[in-house]
Ligand binder design. Structure first.
Ligand SMILES: *Cc1c(COP(=O)(O)O)cnc(C)c1O
Length: 391
């Protein structure tokens, strides 16, 4: 499989056919498995027989999804989770204990920030948040007890690009594990493991399903980590992916590469077309020369992604006018969907933060996050232009 193009791997990878040789992957909607005799049951439980035991640990449909995603990522192993947050939670809790320290970039998905800033400290794990784009800030934050580095790039919603290779080097010299939240980049456009990261996590809810149907997540890394600490944690805490969701996600993977490329084409066209509009203070997309990490994005990412952020000059009233004038693009908070989505982070996804925290992250009252979908590019462009004129 590794000699095939990633798009081909996404279609045939991980296929585990039953005796009926079905074309489309089977949905094994089962929580458990019958053993041929008592000896086999014993062998499954002591690990000498590698077969399935219980859907909380693994399931054939979930296994196909895990193998297909691992093939795309060229990771040794993958574990699928009930949601992206279950993946982030497991990646952290499975390898941290009281007294440990985490260094993380400041601009994170809200719930990832909550786990590091509010939840882990209750169990004696502290975190330092740094300006992720400043490599020496990572170095300066390291302590003897630093165990994990965590970052998201491009960040949500301001699309800051962090140099994964440089931060991985700092992590390695500090003896820390680098975990990358690769949701915004997608596994098609950015390969953190190749750049030196140890663990990659996804919300499969976003581009991988890509059609707004199911929650899901995944953690990828070495066989030793995934089949060791992570599996142990997941087995006993229960946030496994359901076989039904895994089946939906498997079919999502088949079209992932095509969908991401088509959406990225439209995103780039929209960013170039609207930059400089009189209603906009700033257009944020890594393909634009005005993006502060434009050059880094060009070498680190195959494509700059499917999200465009727009900062309107008129603050919240202008942002709301813009959203309410959209006719094709829907107002919601998912991303990576076939349907284009506009989100006002300050009043929705990032409402929990203080005004001061939002300012620090560049989330102004005029900021809109646009997740570009698969509608015709011309229709999207007209929709955005009309809404900008109305704002
Ligand atoms: C959505 C998202 C998550 C959380 O995923 P869920 O599937 O919603 O639990 C984590 N990180 C990023 C960057 C996300 O966009």
């Amino acid at each position: 499989m590794n000699s095939l193009h990633p798009r081909t791997r996404l279609i045939h990878g991980g296929c585990n056919r039953s005796g009926h040789f079905e074309m489309s992957e089977a949905l094994y909607l089962t929580q458990g498995f019958a053993y041929s005799d008592a000896q086999t049951a014993e062998a499954r439980f002591d690990g000498t027989d590698p077969g399935y035991v219980y859907a909380r640990y693994g399931n054939p449909t979930v296994g196909m999804f895990e193998e297909r995603l691992a093939l795309l990522e060229e990771a040794e192993a993958c574990f699928a989770t009930a949601s992206g947050m279950a993946a982030m939670n497991a990646a952290m809790f499975s390898q941290l204990q009281a007294g440990d320290h985490v260094v993380a970039s400041r601009a994170l998905f809200g719930s990832c920030h909550y786990i590091l800033d509010s939840l882990l400290p209750r169990y004696g794990v502290t975190s330092t948040f740094v300006e992720g784009t400043n490599v020496s800030a990572w170095q300066d934050a390291v302590r003897p007890e630093t165990k994990v580095f965590f970052l998201e790039t491009p960040s949500n919603p301001t699309l800051e690009i962090i140099d994964i290779r440089a931060v991985a080097e700092v992590a390695r010299s500090a003896g820390a594990v680098l975990v990358v939240d690769n949701v915004f980049a997608t596994p098609c456009f950015q390969r953190p493991l190749e750049l030196g990261a140890d663990v990659v996590m996804y919300s499969a809810t976003k581009h991988i399903d890509g059609q707004g149907r199911c929650l899901g997540g995944a953690v990828l890394g070495t066989e030793e980590f995934i089949r060791g600490r992570l599996l142990e944690y997941m087995k006993h805490t229960g946030a496994a992916m359901s076989p039904f969701n895994a089946w939906v996600m498997l079919k999502g993977l088949e079209t992932l590469d095509l969908r991401c490329r088509a959406a990225a084409d439209s995103a780039e066209k929209i960013a170039h077309a609207v930059e400089g509009h009189k209603a906009l203070a700033r257009t944020i997309h890594p393909a634009l020369r005005s993006h502060p990490q434009h050059n880094l994005a060009a070498v680190q990412m195959e494509r700059p992604g499917t999200i465009v952020s727009l900062e309107l000059k008129g603050g919240k009233p202008a942002a709301f006018n813009f959203m309410n004038s959209l006719e094709v693009i829907r107002i919601s908070n998912n991303l990576g969907d076939t349907k284009s989505i506009a989100t006002h982070p300050a009043t929705t996804t990032h409402q929990r933060l203080t005004e001061c925290e939002r300012r620090g992250l560049g989330i102004s009252a005029g900021l809109i996050r646009l997740s570009v979908g698969l509608e015709h590019t011309g229709d999207l462009l007209r929709d955005v232009s009309r809404a900008l004129d109305a704002a």
